[in-house]
Design a protein around this ligand. Sequence first.
Ligand code: ATP
Ligand code: MG
Length: 572
Amino acid sequence: MRVSNMFFQTLREVPAEAEIASHQLMLRAGLMRKLASGIYSFLPLGYRVFRKVEQIVREEMDRAGAQELIMSALLPAEAYQASGRWEVFGSEMFRLKDRGGRDFCLGPTHEEIFTETVKSATRSYRSLPLTLYQIQTKYRDERRPRFGVMRSREFVMKDAYSFDRDEAGLDISYKKMYDAYCRIFDRLGLDYIIVDADTGAMGGSGSQEFMVKSAIGESRIAYCDACGYAANDEKAECIPEKCCDGKNCCEELELEKVATPNARTIEELMEFFGCSAKEFAKTLIYKADDKVVAAMVRGDRELNETKLQNLLGCIELEMADAETVEKVTGAAVGFAGPIGLDIDVVVDLEVEGMKNFVVGANETGFHYKNVNINRDFKAKYVKDIRTIKEGDACPKCGAGVKVEFGIEVGHIFKLGTKYSEALNCVYLDETGKENPMIMGCYGIGVNRSMAAVIEQNNDENGIIWPISVAPYHAIVIPVNTTDSVQMELAEKIYAQLEELGIEVMLDDRDERPGVKFKDADLTGIPIRITVGKKAGDGIVEYKLRCEKDFAAIPYEEAIAKAKEEVAKGLKK
Ligand code: ATP
Ligand code: MG
């Protein structure tokens, strides 16, 4: 491709809302443009990358024996109503009505529709196992679209669904997808980790997420170097720290109400009482659908909203506003506590083991000290609802865990019979008996994976694409386009590279060399061949984007090196 003909524009400035490297670079390198919050168009250079990511996903799905099909994004409500997810998706689902007033949605994910499709076409055990997939546009009205295509409202997902006769069959189908995902993310050049995930509202017997480690990731991962345990923080089980170092020697002291006029935060209370955060229990007031509940964790802990949401089985969970807090506690924010509260109280497992702790008194300016669960208040549930943190005991081996952030690029899930039972997707076994099919579902975010590649491969000058997904493999830059010797050699190299099947750009623009080098670096083209003053001797500069130095070598050698580099990068 000649750059002079390309629909392509790099930007020197990016909007302030682009907070992370991949978002900034995708805009600066002219890969995409924003249309509205969480909605983007891919431009030619970006779309080439997108299609390569998609193609790698497709090849590995096919290799694993999955069959591709494509479904509509505009979906009738009925199947989602039957599974219960018409409600569960809440405001994340884009809903619309047709001219006849019938309900539709823009599909956020397609479990129901695949189940319906298989149900109508498959009756016998002989047709199983079966894995189907599509690479298709999904719509989710995310609460916080951000980071460009990392969390957008329209995105492309590869979603696959497996159908088996029994759990043993599901295990095999699941493993095939697991292996395919490893090959996909390897080919994308991503550094990832596979973690146990929560099966949450979806039900099911097991689930794992593929996480790209990154400081900007929105998922927290706990992992243990000692035993190899890895889980996301929604799943990672927290082992309660024992009161009194496990000696359990605390006698229950007498409950006491203390005036704490200027202390409402844990820090202020620590100073007031002269003790550590471990001696407090925070009482947080939440709105769970239309119910108000209280949740308690130790003063230095963080509540995990997904754990709480799963426990309560609610669709929407959010912290109550000040008005609600004041209404249910009868006190200003900062003085909530469990004693005398007439809403359900959920207590973290660790709080159950605490003795003589401090809580709010549900009266502005007061706290209770020497509080003891069961004696002073009752909990509706006692469960692990806190978030694991660095140094906490590994739930598997007890060593200290590490905590890092990750970008969830893929998710594999043993669904079991949740959808097949709800939608009556059954098969007849050898004896003619009806059984529900055992399902699995498997998702990869195509746009998010593309952004994750950039997030892990960039420097101050721009993107550094791996060959496997680079928009073009190589760029030929004549330093002076008015110099016929340089132009002739550049054209010759360009033609020969194309002949070899190498995707190549020729920067034939009448621009200063500095501009061309900057654009080549920004757009991250892996191989750069610069044709300059030594063109008359057939000498060019060969440079890889991922390396600092260049080599001045005969142009034939540069072509041979490029060929080798591309072959290495495309190896499957
Ligand atoms: P998240 O926790 O990040 O919201 P999710 O659990 O909702 O993800 P899944 O429903 O498992 O995601 O979807 C499968 C894959 O689709 C995810 O692993 C991710 O790569 C991608 N994905 C999900 N939501 C978005 C989004 N809003 N924008 C881009 N990609 C997304
Ligand atoms: Mg989500």
